[in-house]
Design a protein around this ligand. Sequence first.
Ligand code: HEM
Length: 190
Amino acid sequence: MSLPPEAYLWFKTLHIIGVVVWFAGLFYLVRLFIYHVEANDLSVDLQKPFFDQYSLMEKRLANIITTPGMILTVSMAIGLLSMQPSWLYERWMQVKLLFVAFLLAYHFYCYKLMSTLQSNSCKWTGKQLRILNELPTLLLVIVVMLVVFKNNFPTNGATWLIIGLVVFMALSIQFYARFRRIKKEKSLVK
Ligand code: HEM
């Protein structure tokens, strides 16, 4: 059975929706891990209810948003490739698949982290998790650039300027959050 040509556009629409859902889930999941780890700084009587609440939120987010987003992205990508198998011989697609493999490894690693958090045996600090949470941003930028520019991946000044701006924005958000945390800690000490 051959699909009508507009099926390709439907696959692409759902593929992009899947990407948005998947990334929203991945970003928020690791943010919850940060709050979960930092709940260790709370008083002993508060720790258990916070741990339980974060564990529940993480499980629901991972199973109801993040993984369905991943499944939608990958299944629609298979639909796209089945209608246009020649993409598989293109260099940009091969590089894209390599970065998608990293993203999938990150996704499953998040599940591993989630189970260590739930058994209270996580070795990661809040600071390390904040750095880890930047990894999908990098993968997102690379994959989107590959799919838009395809074999004409740009390496000119404008590219470095845009990448520089993205890095600058990510660092500014980190510094602002750090500044707020330090200010809050100081006000609690007073
Ligand atoms: C499972 C692996 C994936 C495969 C096999 C795949 C394959 C494809 C294909 C064949 C297209 C259509 C290209 C075109 O018609 O020009 C596409 C579009 C797209 N993909 Fe993926 N994709 C995968 C994962 C991802 C991921 C993880 C992201 C985001 C990080 C992503 C972002 C996009 C975007 C934004 C488009 C639309 C590009 C455009 O229309 O210009 N894809 N993908």
